[in-house]
Design a protein around this ligand. Structure first.
Ligand code: AMP
Length: 197
């Protein structure tokens, strides 16, 4: 199995790169943000509770997103692999993900982090807000709050994977295809190594 964490702050381009990666490597895309928005659209109780936090740019509780990922992994046991996009966003989420994957005798191959500065992120998110319909992309204070949540709660997740020798940072500013090529180079290098187990 090829399991990748696509990492980076909101607006770094994780969704865009994920779409290209799932086609090339035949992976299943698991975006906790997308799953939460679909729960909101369906009007489920989970969705309604999450919306209150999402509308403030605050992370939803770890157990909510961990439970969602657990069920998606169980629904897709025969998958060639997964791209985790917007998850894990805290160190406890990363620890839980390792445990869930270990239950299936698999693990994260690499974390690829798209690096983009805060000014560019704010610019991109507000631009996306003109067409995405996402309330959390339309207000500058909210966009900055999300980046702040990332800096305090999510950025430490990079260190968690670095300790396991799985962290790869790449420049997330530039042409989409160039960023994609750099991402594929990391994955292909990983795949060319002898796999343990
Ligand atoms: P995203 O689409 O990844 O930008 O996520 C939108 C919002 O959903 C975030 O601002 C959080 O409120 C919530 N969210 C998405 N993924 C997670 C996660 N892994 N942990 C906690 N909250 C999340």
């Amino acid at each position: 199995m090829l399991n990748l964490v696509l990492f980076g702050p909101p607006g770094a381009g994780k969704g865009t790169q994920s779409q290209k990666l799932i086609d090339k490597y035949n992976l299943i895309h698991l975006s906790t943000g997308d799953i939460l928005r679909s729960e909101i659209a369906k009007g489920t109780e989970l969705g309604l509770r999450a919306k209150t936090l999402m509308d403030q740019g605050i992370l939803v509780p770890d157990e909510v997103v961990i439970g969602m990922i657990d069920s998606k992994l169980k629904e897709n046991k025969a998958a060639a692999g997964f791209i985790f996009d917007g998850f894990p966003r805290t160190v406890p989420q990363a620890v839980a993900l390792d445990a869930l994957l270990a239950e299936n005798n698999t693990a994260i191959a690499c974390m690829i982090a798209l690096e983009v500065n805060e000014e560019e992120l704010t610019r991109r998110l507000l631009l996306r807000g003109q067409t995405s319909g996402r309330p959390d992309d339309q207000d500058e204070a909210l966009v900055r709050k999300r980046v702040q949540e990332y800096n305090t709660k999510t950025a430490p997740v990079a260190g968690y994977y670095a300790e396991q020798g799985k962290f790869y940072g790449i420049n997330g500013i530039g042409e989409i295809d160039e960023i994609f090529d750099n991402t594929c180079n990391i994955i292909d290098k990983y795949l060319s190594q002898p796999q343990v187990g």
